[in-house]
Ligand binder design. Sequence first.
Ligand code: K1U
Ligand code: ZN
Length: 180
Amino acid sequence: MALLDIIVAPDPRLKKHAVPVERVDASTAKLMADMLETMYEAPGVGLAAPQVGVLKRIIVVDTVREGGAPQPRMMANPEILWASEETKPHEEGCLSLPDEYEMVTRPDRIKVRYLDEKNETRTIEADGLLAVVIQHEMDHLKGVLFVDHISGLKRSIILRRLTKQKKLSKSARRHALESA
Ligand code: K1U
Ligand code: ZN
């Protein structure tokens, strides 16, 4: 297995649409396993293929808390079959927006169909954090980030902070190379 690089916003690659996979073959299953390893290492509770530069409709999720038995879910071509009318606000984070957290309101319960790592069709019902994370990851497949659900003012503050952070890390890397 391999650790993949996670793209940090702002980056035009995070704004692109992903395309469906035809079937989950061995190379897709390997990508899913690498994404899962990358997610656990980050650490995070979800990851979408566009965040690692792959424009395919693939997400991985595991919302089991520390101490609980892992429950990894690898999903290709996820589709929301049903969403509750009832919505709930939940604090969201994103590995592509490090150290930024905001409240986002989404449907509280969903029913999702997807292809698993063995190319088998599965349907699950999700609520709570699992429903939040699946919807957040599915947004990534349409080039949507959680900051697209908040006010324009908050969004521009966050994106400006991340741009500044990127510049600082770039210049720190350059200095380290120059003095090596
Ligand atoms: O970048 C991502 O899409 C992953 C993101 C998923 C998410 C978290 C919370 C609400 C909505 C979507 C993260 O995993 S951010 C990191 C995080 O939440 C976390 C990290 C360590 C332990 C527990 C949670
Ligand atoms: Zn995210």
